[in-house]
Write a protein that binds this ligand. Structure first.
Ligand code: PGA
Length: 261
């Protein structure tokens, strides 16, 4: 089976001011803004979305947010709706990142609600799942990832507008990457769940790897059968490393040279 089109998405987390975002995005656009071999997305903090959108105009790079609330408007102090994200130019949104689960108590049920709201608004959800070190050491890794995946996707029927990101918590920002084999084992398990839920369409859902992915380890990870891209934290904060990741992904080739997929 041919692989899915690779997606390289940068998760900037709580980094970059408006001005910094403008210059980082300009560098990314200069280096990768017209290629279509792989999909590229940047996900700045809310305050930098507008300046990033302006710098991305006319390029193939997608804009994403790092969170969304489930209501469309109203008395929800501190929250941002899907329609606001659409209006500012977002086409995707990271959901259920482990930092949101850990520091803000997000549950699978809440992430499920957000996934449906994002899809209904025409935003591509990038739904994050992943086990902690304690869970892996207790042999519960597949159980945890399976519960998170099925929980986040309960009642979801639109496989065409869906991305999953497997991010082992112990590999995020630590420099410890899952080996390609460790990652592939979990990606294959997620793939099986997707096929169970969506049938053949489950094979087309991209499953990204995240957790200290960088130019030194990306190639081997992207060679795995069920790894369709990367959700990049630290290495997305500098254009040189992010663009190198895009170049590595592009070198993997797509399905054909004429359609760019
Ligand atoms: P990292 O972060 O690449 O810095 O490990 C990835 C993520 O948390 O999305």
């Amino acid at each position: 089976m041919s692989k899915n089109k690779i997606l390289i998405a940068g998760n900037w987390k709580m980094n970059k001011t408006t001005a910094e975002a403008r210059s980082l995005v300009s560098e990314i656009v200069a280096g990768a803004g017209s290629q279509t071999k792989v999909d590229v997305a940047v996900c700045p903090p809310f305050t930098a979305l507008e300046s990033a959108a302006a710098s991305l105009k006319g390029s193939s790079v997608m804009l994403g947010a790092q969170n969304v609330y489930v209501k469309d408007s109203g008395a929800y102090t501190g929250e941002i709706s899907a329609s606001m994200l659409k209006e500012v130019g977002c086409s995707c949104v990271i959901l259920g990142h482990s930092e949101r689960r850990q520091y803000f108590g997000e549950s699978d049920a809440f992430i499920n609600e957000k996934t449906k709201v994002a899809q209904a608004a025409g935003l591509l959800p990038i739904v994050c799942v992943g086990e902690t070190l304690a869970e892996r050491e207790a042999g519960k890794m597949l159980e945890v990832v399976s519960t998170q995946t099925t929980g986040a996707l309960a009642g979801v029927t639109d496989a065409a507008n869906l991305v999953i990101a497997y991010e082992p918590v112990w590999a995020i920002g630590t420099g410890k990457t899952a080996t390609p084999e460790m990652a592939q084992e979990v990606h294959a398990a997620i793939r099986a769940l997707l096929v169970k839920q969506f049938g053949e369409a489950g094979n087309k859902v991209r499953i990204l790897y995240g957790g200290s992915m960088n130019p030194a380890n990306a190639s081997e990870l992207l060679d795995q059968a069920d790894i369709d891209g990367g959700l990049i934290g630290g290495a997305a904060l500098k254009s040189a490393s992010f663009l190198e990741l895009v170049a590595i992904a592009s070198s993997k080739g797509g399905c054909c040279c004429c359609c760019g997929k």
